[in-house]
Design a protein around this ligand. Structure first.
Ligand code: HEM
Length: 452
């Protein structure tokens, strides 16, 4: 019998993920071992149907399908269980706003990430990275995860608020932000919604941390409003922003929500990737030696500045490759706002779509020897072979990470500043395993600094 070619193609392309259980579907697998499970799915088909409980969710496993989702933000709007639960915590900022509101918000926030502003934030990055290099002592182990989190919290807080309130606000953010991020993730992945209502110590801690952050941000926004001064920082840029379509400004509440969003989105992501970069460098001595050679040649012993970033090409390739192997935003979600077709399959309105950079970055047809750490795959002559849409650590389309250049600049300066003075050695016996939480982290990672 002759099979219609379109039909056979369609049935091969949309497949049900294996190991589905009654009632819970794939929820347990996703909770327990999401990375291995998700990475096994592209072998089954181009678009894989999972069940979270009894509700279907779709994982596109080809770059063209991912692009179709990301480039059509009106149909594939923000949403899904994670985003819904984030709204009470983050308010209505860039991450949580729906399509129509997002367009206005993005127009308003974008100028705060203009290249001239990044140059000013890079001054803070330069100071903080050099100061951090002074805090290490030869032979005394540091938890690199904590160290990178502290560094990126300081950089983000000082880029946001450069005022005399900075020392207090930096300390508060360092203290409360990790508690808030952990609690937000626990709530996001709790399918029952009950966890948040139980009288647990973790919930009390979360409420306190969130309350402190809200109070801190309110206080600072009020202070800036009263002074009316442009301090060259991110918050001043947000306060000065005018919508070029209707001339409006953001209200205090809108600014508050954007600040909260920037803290949540900008600190742990960059810190996790930096932590992975140190781990990868320590386990690839050849790459480490090349990075050292570059920082020695470009910096000659001084601390790196914004002007050095373009010359730190290998350092940037190391970070780019780190983001491929361990993308901090390992999965994010969309929800269809109307019925639509994806990979030959009709998705009704309200369908969850899961986008996983981790999955796409490890498909062998897209990246040769995908598990290998090979920074040179990002040399310009080789990078041109990378298929469009197959490298997405910062997402894509109109909701692409607004802090991509900020994060890349910060990471390049941090790697160069620290590697020009220190080599980090693993502590024998430490087992490193990727943990998929709000970001893809390495967990606690003790390493020993050796002076270079
Ligand atoms: C290596 C570091 C970073 C990674 C891997 C990363 C990754 C991402 C990804 C994948 C998205 C898109 C999520 C989606 O489409 O649902 C995103 C959005 C976002 N990121 Fe980043 N990010 C990083 C650093 C930063 C930094 C430093 C900031 C701010 C200072 C930031 C602020 C944001 C914001 C506000 C959004 C929402 C943008 C929008 O919807 O318009 N990120 N990020």
């Amino acid at each position: 019998m002759k099979t219609h070619p379109d039909t056979s193609r369609q049935s091969r392309r949309v497949v049900a993920a294996p190991h589905r259980l009654p009632l819970v579907g794939h929820a347990l697998l996703l909770a327990r071992n999401p990375l291995d499970f998700l990475a096994s799915l592209p072998a089954h088909g181009d678009l894989v149907e999972l069940r979270i409980g009894t509700k279907p969710a779709y994982l596109p496993c080809r770059p063209e399908l991912v692009q179709q989702v990301l480039l059509n933000a009106r149909v594939y709007d923000t949403g899904g269980p994670v985003k819904e639960k984030a709204r009470p915590i983050l308010g209505n900022g860039l991450i949580t706003s729906d399509w129509a509101d997002h367009r206005r918000q993005r127009r308003m926030v974008q100028p705060a990430f203009h290249a001239t502003r990044i140059a000013a934030y890079a001054e803070v990055m330069h100071e903080e990275c050099s100061a951090h290099a002074d805090t290490w002592t030869a032979g005394q182990p540091v938890d690199v995860s904590d160290a990178m989190q502290a560094l990126t919290a300081r950089v983000t807080a000082r880029s946001l608020f450069s005022t005399e309130m900075a020392p207090h606000s930096v300390a508060e953010i360092q203290r409360s932000l990790p508690v808030m991020v952990r609690g937000a993730y626990r709530r996001a992945v709790d399918p029952t919604g009950l966890l948040a209502r139980l009288p647990l110590a973790a919930n009390r801690e979360f409420d306190t941390a969130l309350g402190r952050l809200h109070a801190l941000i309110d206080g600072i926004v009020g202070d800036y409003r009263r002074s009316g001064e442009d301090r060259g920082d991110l918050l001043s840029a947000l306060l000065a922003a005018r919508d070029d379509e209707d001339g409006g400004r953001m209200s205090d509440q809108e600014i508050h929500d954007q600040v909260m969003t920037l803290l949540l989105a900008g600190v742990e992501t960059t810190a996790s990737a930096l932590t992975w970069a140190w781990h990868l460098l320590a386990s690839h001595p050849e790459a480490e030696a090349r990075l050292h050679a570059e920082v020695d040649e470009v910096l000659g012993g001084r601390a790196p500045t914004y002007a050095d970033v373009p010359r730190l090409a290998y350092t940037q390739r190391v970070f780019t490759e780190t983001l491929r192997l361990y993308p901090p935003a390992w999965m994010f979600t969309r929800m269809t706002a109307e019925p639509t077709e994806l990979g030959g399959h009709l998705l009704p309105s309200g369908t969850d779509v899961l986008i996983s950079p981790y999955v796409i970055h490890r498909i062998p047809e897209l990246f040769a020897r995908p598990a290998a750490f090979d920074p040179d795959r990002w040399l310009p002559e080789r990078a041109q072979d990378v298929a469009r849409g197959s490298y997405l650590p910062f997402g894509g389309g109109s909701r692409k990470c607004i802090g991509d250049v900020f994060g890349m600049t910060e990471a390049t300066l941090a790697l160069a500043a620290l590697a020009s003075r220190w080599r980090l050695r693993p502590v024998p016996g430490t087992v490193v395993k990727a943990r998929a939480g709000m970001s893809l982290t390495a967990g606690p990672l003790p390493m020993v600094p050796e002076p270079r």
